[in-house]
Write a protein that binds this ligand. Structure first.
Ligand code: ADP
Length: 443
């Protein structure tokens, strides 16, 4: 047992023994013991009173000088007080540093509590979102930032990656916002100025589109002259026939790249989705299958179309033709002669789907996530050799996304590939009375 406690017990034992002895001698044992208890109680209360006064009084004053166990308790409390004061100072310094750091942040940060009410915001949130860290505390953020795109983004059950909207303070500033959930019902709203980034992207897009546009005319002229030369029977050209053929092949390849770049630029430049019209997809697939057969030529691929004959969709026919044809032609180009290629078009509870599958060379898993990047090719020479531009799958992805859908790619080396375009159920158009145009187009 600790020393002060032992001293206390010893003192109490002595006190009661003394009282008992004195009371015994005076024949007043009970009275003497009662007096001893009262005396001890009064003394203890006196100590407790002094301790209480110190605890309630001046925080900087040192502990009072008390007796026995009370002195020990007072010293312990003084130690705890010192530690807590130190911790408080450290926390407030940390808080100050945090405030300075968040104030220096170029991005707006807003803490949202229950019902997306504002709990706190930094300096950039005042500048970019027009929020006030004093006036707006406790107000729902949708009452403070009212852009419809932002409100829709915030009320989504599972917010998508982010949203872009003009700053409520200055229309010229474009903001990119994200939501990070944390803690209990808390969300952190981060908004950054992305105007510069978008401007640079626009400049890049304009440059690519302008260069492509400028190159198209001279290339078309060169191609035309080459064709005339190759058509000519002039014997003087005989030795040049082979190099002329090569040059024509290359100029055609360049024209294909330019056409694809211009198509991508057109798709990207679109702010609104292209006007939607009913598209007879089964008929479209039959035409694409015929073109794919022509591309296959001597290679004799087995191309099968399996489409629900009355299933049409709402979309932009030109873009969809380009996307579906890219998938079908890729299947031909990357499947060895005699291989099987299937085009399936069907609807289910999840929406409408186009599947292009082949039993060709397949793609190693590490390439799959990058296939839709511009000019990404698994094998550059193989792609060039078969007339590829490296832009086909980027176009497919863009077109499918612009129709509210997504492109999925599954493939295994040596087994084959499956490219699936999933469109939302709203794209579905049915029933349409059309003559069935489905069947196997193979040779
Ligand atoms: P490319 O013009 O090179 O075909 P794409 O964007 O259409 O460009 O395709 C990118 C790459 O994806 C191709 O180079 C090829 O390696 C791979 N690829 C596309 N389709 C298939 C397929 N059906 N089977 C195997 N590989 C494919």
């Amino acid at each position: 047992m600790a020393t002060p406690w032992r001293a206390l017990w010893r003192r109490l034992a002595l006190l009661f023994a003394g009282a008992a002895l004195l009371g015994g001698l005076m024949d007043r044992l009970t009275l003497a013991l009662l007096l001893a208890v009262l005396g001890e109680l009064a003394w203890q209360l006196g100590q407790l009173y002094r301790l209480d006064r110190w605890l309630r009084g001046d925080r900087d004053a040192g502990p009072p000088r008390l007796e026995g166990i009370w002195d020990e308790i007072a010293a312990h409390l003084a130690r705890l007080r010192r530690q807590s004061r130190k911790r408080k100072r450290k926390l407030s310094k940390l808080f100050q540093q945090f405030q300075q750091a968040t104030a220096a942040l170029p991005d707006a940060a807003v803490v949202l509590g229950e019902d997306d009410r504002m709990v706190w915001c930094n300096g950039a949130a005042q500048r970019l979102l027009g929020l006030s860290p004093t006036r707006d505390i406790g107000r729902p953020i949708v009452h403070l930032v009212r852009h419809p795109g932002f409100v829709a983004f915030l009320t989504q059950r599972r917010p998508s990656d982010g949203v872009e909207f003009p700053s409520p303070v200055d229309d010229a500033i474009l903001l990119g916002a994200r939501l990070v959930p944390y803690g209990k019902k808390q969300r952190l709203l981060l908004a950054a100025d992305v105007s510069q980034l978008r401007r640079l992207e626009q400049m890049r897009r304009d440059l690519v589109a302008n260069v492509s546009h400028e190159l198209r005319t001279p290339l078309t002229v060169i191609s035309g002259y080459l064709e005339t030369l190759l058509d000519s029977d002039d014997p003087a050209l005989e030795t040049w026939r082979q190099p002329l053929h090569r040059t024509q092949e290359q100029s055609r390849r360049m024209l294909r790249i330019i056409e694809d770049l211009l198509l991508l630029a057109r798709l990207e430049a679109r702010k609104e989705p292209a006007p939607r019209q009913p598209v007879n997809v089964p008929a479209l697939l039959t035409e694409i299958a015929d073109d794919a057969l022509a591309l296959s030529g001597e290679q004799n691929h087995q191309i099968e179309v399996n489409a629900e004959p009355t299933l049409w969709m709402l979309g932009c026919e030109k873009d969809l033709r380009s996307a579906f044809a890219n998938l079908a032609f890729n299947a031909v180009r990357y499947t060895p002669a005699g291989g099987r290629i299937g085009l399936r078009w069907f609807a289910d509870a999840g929406g409408v789907h186009l599947v292009v599958e082949d039993d060709g060379e397949g793609i190693a898993p590490q390439h799959i996530p990058r296939l839709t990047e511009r000019f990404y090719r698994v094998n550059r020479d193989r792609s060039r050799g078969s007339g590829g531009t490296g832009l086909g799958l980027s176009i497919v992805k863009h077109v499918v996304n612009q129709h509210g859908g997504q492109l999925r790619i599954a493939s295994a080396l040596g087994v084959g590939s499956v490219f699936t375009c999933d469109f939302p159920a709203e794209s579905r158009l049915e029933p349409i009375t059309v003559a069935p145009r489905t069947g196997a187009a193979s040779r």
